[in-house]
Design a protein around this ligand. Structure first.
Ligand SMILES: Nc1nc2c(ncn2[C@@H]2O[C@H](COP(=O)(O)OP(=O)(O)OP(=O)(O)O)[C@@H](O)[C@H]2O)c(=O)[nH]1
Length: 319
C-alpha cells in the first residue's frame, strides 16, 4: 500500500473554492477522507530525508532511544520507520500525556510492550508523574550493553539517550522536565559533532539536546484522524468542522458519556447535529440564531486536546 503523508494544504472543493459549511457536511466528510487518502508526498522528500539523516547521525552517539508516544493513541503516534531506523539499539517507550488517557487501557499498553520485551512507562511531562522512574528504566535497558563495555575495559561514561517522537507528542517538555534539576549543558564531548550538546540529567545519564522529530505517516484514514485529533497534524490542513464531526462519531461509539457529561446534550442524532447542539449549549451563535459550527468545532477539539472531556484512550492494544 502507498504510504500517505499529510502535506500543508487547505481544504478546497473540487472546484478549488472553500467548501461551504453546514449543508454539505456529508459531502465534506467523504471529501475529507478522500483528501486524507490522496494527500501525497509533497514535503516528504525534503523534510523527511533530512530529519532521518539527522536521526541516523544522532543514533551513532547514543546507547538508548527514548520513544515518546501519546498515551491516547500509541499505535498512531508510532512512526513505522522507527524500527528500521533504530535497528537493534535499546529502547524505552514512554506513554506521555498519560493523565489524559484511560488509566486501565494505558496499563494494557504497558503490559503489551513488556510482552514484546520493551520497557514502557506512563508519564506526564507537565506534572512530572513517573519522570523520576525513567532513569531506572533506561539504566536497566542498557545494563547488558554497559556490562560488555566494562568487560572490554571501557568505563566511566554516562548512558546517553535520544528522545524520538512525532510532532507535539511532548519531546521538549519531557526533556525540560527530566533535566530541570540540572539543566546545564555539559558542553561538547569528544566524538560529538560541533552542533551537538548533551543535557545532563544526572551524573550517569545524558540526553542529546535535540530531540528527533519523526513525521507522522499513515496508511489509513483512522490514523490520520487520530493524529489530527491530538494535533500532531497542523490544524490548517484539515477543516475543524469535519474533524469535530469525526471526533464526535468516534466518541459516541467509544465513550458517549464524555460528551453527555461535558455538554449535557442528546446524542440520538447525527454527528453534525450533535456539533450544532454543542454550539448552542456553549453560545456559539451568530446573528439570526444560526450556530457557528466552526467555533463549536474548535471548542470541542480544544476540550478533547486539553483533557476536559475526561480520560480518553482512542486506541487499545490489539489482542
Ligand atoms: N497535558 C499534557 N500536555 C503535555 C504533556 N507533555 C507535553 N504537553 C504539551 O504538549 C504540547 C507539545 O509539547 P512539546 O514539548 O512542544 O512537543 P514536541 O514533541 O517537542 O513538539 P515538536 O517541537 O512539534 O516536535 C505543549 O503544549 C505541551 O505543554 C503532558 O504530559 N501532558
Amino acid at each position: 500500500m502507498d504510504k500517505i503523508i499529510l502535506v500543508k494544504t487547505v481544504m478546497t472543493s473540487n472546484k478549488g473554492g472553500k467548501i461551504p459549511a453546514a449543508k454539505t457536511i456529508l459531502h465534506k466528510n467523504r471529501f475529507m477522507l478522500n483528501r486524507v487518502r490522496n494527500m501525497s508526498i509533497q514535503w516528504y522528500p525534503g523534510h523527511m530525508v533530512k530529519t532521518k539523516r539527522q536521526i541516523i547521525d544522532s543514533l551513532k552517539l547514543i546507547d538508548v532511544v527514548i520513544e515518546l508516544f501519546d498515551a491516547r493513541i500509541p499505535d498512531s503516534s508510532k512512526n513505522p520507520d522507527i524500527d528500521e531506523l533504530i535497528g537493534n539499539k535499546q529502547r524505552v517507550v514512554l506513554l506521555n500525556k498519560c493523565e489524559m488517557a484511560d488509566e486501565n487501557i494505558t496499563k494494557e499498553w504497558i503490559k503489551r510492550y513488556k510482552d514484546m520485551g520493551i520497557s514502557a512507562l506512563d508519564v506526564d511531562s507537565i506534572t512530572g508523574r513517573n519522570i523520576n522512574r525513567v532513569y531506572t528504566l533506561v539504566k536497566e535497558s542498557v545494563k547488558e550493553h554497559f556490562e560488555k563495555r566494562v568487560e572490554k575495559g571501557i568505563v566511566g561514561r554516562p548512558v546517553r539517550a535520544l528522545v524520538l517522537g512525532i510532532p507535539n507528542v511532548g519531546k521538549s517538555t519531557f526533556i525540560n522536565k527530566i533535566s530541570s534539576k540540572s539543566s546545564a549543558k555539559t558542553g561538547d564531548k569528544p566524538g560529538v559533532t560541533r552542533s551537538k550538546q548533551w543535557i545532563k540529567v544526572n551524573k550517569d545519564f545524558e540526553l542529546l539536546d535535540t530531540p528527533g522529530i519523526l513525521w507522522p505517516k499513515f496508511d489509513d484514514e483512522k490514523v490520520a484522524l487520530h493524529l489530527a485529533f491530538i494535533r500532531a497534524i497542523k490544524d490548517e490542513i484539515l477543516d475543524p468542522e469535519e474533524l469535530a464531526v469525526k471526533l464526535i462519531e468516534e466518541l459516541v461509539s467509544l465513550k458517549p458519556e464524555a460528551l453527555k457529561d461535558r455538554y449535557k446534550i442528546d446524542l440520538n442524532t447525527d454527528a453534525f447535529e450533535v456539533l450544532k447542539n454543542i454550539g448552542r449549549k456553549r453560545g456559539c451563535i451568530v446573528s439570526g440564531g444560526e450556530v457557528n459550527t466552526v467555533r463549536a468545532a474548535n471548542l470541542l477539539l480544544d476540550d478533547f486536546r486539553s483533557g476536559r472531556l475526561g480520560r480518553l484512550s482512542l486506541e487499545k492494544p490489539q489482542i
